[in-house]
Design a protein around this ligand. Structure first.
Ligand SMILES: [Ca+2]
Length: 215
């Protein structure tokens, strides 16, 4: 009786598995000290994935701000302990996107990746001053950003875009900023160019960045 009670209580409280996520590390690079001509590097990460057999990402960026110069699998990438294959990346600095992926090579028995880790590393040459998201294409096979399991099924996951800014702010920005302060998308005074940290509001954290980057 006691055993049955414990089981019936325990069942509803079993923890949901944590969400599978593809994201950029660091999530934001906001630094006016980074001049045109310098190189930045970001890692594309996956968290909490189960039975990963193949992955691909397509990432858009503003090519007047950043040009991708290299995409590579760093030594500790998620498939480093497996037989894997990776085609050459597609880098398009005219259209402003990069496509890259890798797959485990089929074997019997098949071992796949479960856990969290780095998918790939992207290096970019800074072309100008300004800002750009590092924006994932829609998460689906058609959208070209996806995680696939051994049965060729799409692994449910979400994506979180990265962001780069080396923008310097001047007096005109300060005027715009004061008008947009306190706004969120949909408000009459919403101004995305004052949303320096690329979240969903213009607030004190943007003011902090404005102060830091004023010049
Ligand atoms: Ca903001």
């Amino acid at each position: 009786m006691v055993v049955i009670l414990i089981i019936s209580f325990a069942m509803p409280f079993s923890l949901a598995s944590p969400e599978t996520k593809i994201y950029v590390e660091p999530p934001r690079i906001i630094n006016p000290g980074i001049s045109p001509g310098q190189t930045i590097t970001v890692d594309i990460m996956v968290a909490n994935v189960t039975d990963l057999y193949l992955w691909q990402v397509k990432i858009y960026y503003n090519a007047t701000i950043l040009n991708v110069t290299a995409v590579e699998l760093p030594p500790n990438h998620v498939f480093a302990d497996f037989d894997y294959a990776a085609p050459d990346p597609i880098i398009n600095n005219t259209g402003g996107y990069v496509v890259f992926g890798a797959t485990i090579v089929w074997s019997e028995p098949l071992f796949t990746f479960t856990g969290s880790g780095v998918l790939c590393r992207i290096s970019c040459r800074v072309m100008n001053r300004g800002y750009t998201p590092l924006h994932f294409s829609p998460y689906s096979f058609q959208g070209k950003t996806f995680l696939q399991d051994r049965n060729s099924a799409l692994i449910p996951a979400s994506t979180k875009d990265g962001f780069f800014s080396n923008k310097l702010f001047g007096y005109a920005n300060l005027f715009d900023f004061s008008k947009a302060y306190g706004s969120k998308p949909g408000d009459a005074n919403w101004n995305p160019s004052c949303n320096f940290n690329w979240d969903d509001k213009v607030d004190v954290s943007d003011l902090f960045l404005l102060g830091k980057n004023y010049g």
